[in-house]
Design a protein around this ligand. Structure first.
Ligand SMILES: [Zn+2]
Ligand SMILES: [Zn+2]
Length: 340
């Protein structure tokens, strides 16, 4: 197959092959279906509170500003850079305290503990768009987007059942502790309370009790609920839209796609076919016009020397890093047993 070039950079073997899009059954580990009621209630309430953004009384520029900053801080630094490109794929190296800070930011998006998120995502890569994939849209578009979160998945119900996928993380006490007693959820609650209190304090300072109440509510609606919902749907869209619609630069065994909308909504994660083809690469946009904000941040941190060993796409320099296969995972995944 011919290699095409983008400028003077070899970017990919372009393919127009049709991948299989035949429906697949839901994962066996979710059958028989047991509804995850707590998850359903929390997500339902969150969406309900987010709808209050339609009320003019709940609007404030403070709330909107915190929502926008939060989308980058928690959605990009926490999830796309932290949970995904660092913890799951080890696309770069950084100081431990910074890695843990990114993990804490990730928990403020209501997407679960770092170890569980990483385990689910590594299984997704290993079994993409085949029956054990936890969230393939080939089992139903809504299933791939949100439905899989609303039912119990036996393999992710207890830490012990997914430990083998995240041994590299669970050998650190920090990640083990977050698994206990749903600690990650209390981190989410704590950040929400802090932001609401911040809104109340700003309101009190600028306009007294009435304004304190209004800004506290505005912060809860815009800065917490709506922002969380937008980040959640951005992440979910990677699983659903980017496995359904878009173009493909690479031949992969799954149905992954490069999707512009998802790339904008999820800070570059929409270049998902690129990512499936080269999972460890810290850059998901492989052509110059495939905008990837998460990569810009990683590249900036690398320029300051703060992060190192940044893994670049093989397509940018095929000689530098040998092809290790589409199922390649960080070396540590199948490492020694957890223990510190
Ligand atoms: Zn995928
Ligand atoms: Zn990935």
């Amino acid at each position: 197959m011919a290699t095409v070039t983008d400028g003077d950079v070899a970017v990919a073997p372009l393919t127009i092959e049709s991948v299989t899009t035949a429906p697949i059954p839901r994962p066996e580990a979710t059958v028989p279906v047991v509804t995850d009621l707590p998850q359903m209630i929390v997500l339902g309430l969150l969406h309900l509170v987010a709808l209050f953004a339609l009320l003019p009384w709940c609007f404030s520029w403070t709330g909107v500003g915190v929502a926008v900053v939060g989308h980058f801080l928690f959605g990009m630094l926490g999830i796309t850079i932290g949970y995904h490109r660092l913890l799951t794929h080890r696309g770069f190296v950084c100081p431990v305290w910074f890695e843990q800070l990114l993990a804490i930011l990730g928990m403020c998006t209501l997407q679960g503990s770092p170890a569980r998120w990483v385990a689910i995502h590594r299984l997704h890569h290993r079994e993409s768009d085949s029956q054990p994939d936890p969230h393939s849209p080939l089992a139903g578009f809504f299933w791939g987007h949100t439905g899989w979160l609303l039912v119990r998945h036996r393999n992710f119900a207890r830490t012990a059942s997914y430990e083998r996928l995240v041994r590299d993380l669970l050998r650190h006490r920090f990640y083990r502790e977050l698994e206990r007693h749903d600690t990650w959820f209390f981190v989410y609650l704590a950040h929400a309370v802090a932001l609401v209190a911040l809104g109340g304090a700003i309101g009190w300072w600028t306009g007294g009790a009435g304004e304190a109440l209004r800004l506290a509510v505005s912060m809860a609606v815009w800065g917490v609920a709506l922002r969380t919902v937008v980040v959640l749907h951005g992440t979910w869209a990677v699983n659903s839209l980017s496995h359904t619609w878009g173009y493909r630069n690479y031949t992969t065994t799954d149905n992954s796609r490069n999707n512009w909308l998802v790339a904008l909504l999820a800070h570059g994660e929409g270049w998902h076919n690129n990512h499936h083809a080269d999972q460890r690469a810290a850059a998901h946009g492989h052509r110059w016009w495939e905008l990837d904000m998460s990569w810009w941040v990683i590249r900036g941190l690398e320029a300051t020397g703060f992060v190192t060993a940044v893994v670049r796409p093989r397509a940018w320099n095929p000689v530098a890093r040998p092809v290790t296969g589409p199922g390649a995972m960080p070396d540590a995944v199948d490492g020694d047993d957890a223990g510190e």
